[in-house]
Every structure is written in C-alpha cells, then in structure tokens.
Design a protein around this ligand. Structure first.
Ligand SMILES: Nc1nc2c(ncn2[C@@H]2O[C@H](COP(=O)(O)OP(=O)(O)O)[C@@H](O)[C@H]2O)c(=O)[nH]1
Ligand SMILES: [Mg+2]
Length: 266
C-alpha cells in the first residue's frame, strides 16, 4: 500500500529537517537526504520526493506496517522573492494534484507545517493560509494534518498562545463543522519525527476509504478551469499584491496570467 503525503509550509519551518529525521529513523542507509536551510534561507527550491518504507511490524505498533510513504517536500509559496517563483510553485503543486486526481490516485494526506516561534501570525502568513485553504477547500481542512515546530526555542506560555492563535487563524472554521483537524507538535529529533509519522500513517489508514477531492482538483480536472481563474490563484495574487508595494509589483493578475501563458523555469 502506498500513501503519498504532501508537505507544505513556509521556508525555514523545518520540512527538510522532519524528512531527514524520518529517513534516518526508518532506514539509516538512505542515500538521498534533504538539505537543511540556515534560518529562513530557502534550501528546498524544487519539489522533491522521498520514499519511506515502513517496516512490516509497523512503527511503534500502528496498523501502517509494510506501507510505503512518499513524502513530497514542497518549498514555501512565499519563499523566493519574485512573484514568478510563487506562480511556478502553485503551478507545479496544481499540476501534481490534478494529475493524481486525473489518474484516480489518492493523496494520503496534506501536511501543513508552521513554526510556533518566533512571532505572531503576520498578515502575509494569513494571506498564504488563504491560498492553502483555497487549494484544499475549506470543507477538506479537517483532513489536513498541521504540524508545529520550534517548540524548543519558544517560552512555554507563548507556545500555548501561539497554538491557540494558529488554530483560530488557520483551522478555526473547523470548530463548527467536523472538528477533526489534527494539530501535532514536532521536535527536531528522530523519535519525535517517528511519533508524528506514526500518527500520520494512522490518519492515512483511517481515511483511506473516504477519498477527498481537493478544491483545486475539482476546479481544474472536473470543471476545466484555467489555473489563473482558480480560487487559489486569485488568493495568491492577493497575497503577493499585499506583500509588495503596488509600484514594484505592477498589475499582479496580469503578471500571473502572462506567467501561466509562458512559464519559464525558475
Ligand atoms: N530550534 C529549532 N530549529 C529547527 C527545528 N526544526 C528545524 N530547525 C532549523 O530551522 C532551519 C530550517 O530548517 P529546514 O528543515 O531547512 O526548513 P524548510 O525550509 O522548511 O525545509 C534549520 O536551521 C533547522 O536546523 C526545531 O524544531 N527547532
Ligand atoms: Mg527544505
């Protein structure tokens, strides 16, 4: 059984660190290891896949034994400075999700990582959450696994406040709906990475019989929308326009439409 896990989150949150800890915990012989960034430097420039074969007895006794997990490391949508990089990332995430749906393959889970430290959630991060929500569809957020990092450098009281703030800003809409969103705390250790992986694998098993159609899959594959007309693309344009001053950015929508017409490799 194969479960594909898409890992998203801002640059520097610890996506590559998590994958590295998982790989070294499950199989010490892995030749390909993700590079770790310094601070908030973007090390992950491209979407990269890592294959994790769980031992047949499972990890710490889950039913997920013998399962193959494919971890897809995805750079932050706001990582690289130029809007074209963000457009390209949205394009590749969309192509990937749309082709999965088109081929009737299921996505095990979407994992969103967020650093609990430092700082409060900024307007720009809220805008990026909005893009993410539009990719998923609000009704599917309960299926997203949210992982928080950097607890070791965060004062405990502040951590609890941030977690509540994150829940409210990101997953708050779930409270009145199905309320099944999962938020997990991750440390930069092999043990913590495997515990979290275990929970993720359990989640995949639990929801296997209830496949989800994410909003952008529906829009692109079922409704035949152009990427620039999707809700996620519109939210990304709004996020980027908010971040940059109007004069340096030009007309964001026109710039995105032009990019999607003639994409160039970033
Ligand atoms: N203090 C602390 N640092 C972390 C943690 N996770 C990752 N880092 C550091 O954060 C930086 C960025 O990590 P990286 O995995 O490259 O982030 P990515 O851009 O999301 O892939 C690196 O210096 C990591 O060592 C954590 O839980 N606590
Ligand atoms: Mg990385």
């Amino acid at each position: 059984m194969i479960s594909t896990l898409r890992i998203l989150g801002p640059t520097g949150v610890g996506k590559s660190t998590f994958i590295r800890n998982v790989l070294s915990g499950v199989d010490a012989t892995h030749s390909q290891m993700p590079d770790i960034g310094e601070g908030s430097t973007a090390c992950t420039q491209k979407i990269t896949h890592y294959v994790v074969d769980l031992p047949s007895r499972g990890v710490a006794g889950t039913r997920a034994g013998g399962r193959r997990l494919i971890l897809v490391d995805t750079p932050g949508l706001d990582s690289h400075g130029t809007p074209e990089h963000s457009f390209e990332l949205l394009r590749s995430i969309t192509v990937w999700l749309a082709s999965l749906h088109h081929d009737k393959l299921k996505l095990g889970a979407i994992i969103y990582m967020y650093p609990i430290y430092p700082g409060r959630i900024t307007r720009n991060e809220l805008a990026i959450f909005r893009v993410f929500k539009k990719i998923c569809g609000t009704q599917n957020l309960a299926r997203v696994i949210t992982i928080t990092t950097k607890w070791d450098i965060c004062p405990p009281k502040m951590g609890d406040d941030r977690e509540a703030e994150l829940w409210h800003a990101f997953l708050g809409q779930l409270a009145n709906k199905r309320g099944r969103g999962v938020v997990m705390r991750l440390e930069d250790t092999r043990e913590s990475a495997l515990n979290v992986l275990n929970e993720i694998a359990r989640h995949c098993v639990e929801f296997e019989s209830e496949p989800v159609v994410y909003a952008i899959q529906r829009e692109i594959v079922e409704e035949g929308s152009l990427l620039s007309n999707t809700a996620a693309a519109k939210a990304l344009v709004a996020a980027l326009a908010q971040k940059s001053s109007a004069s340096s950015f030009g007309d964001p929508l026109a710039r995105m439409v032009a990019y999607f017409r003639h994409p160039v490799s970033p």
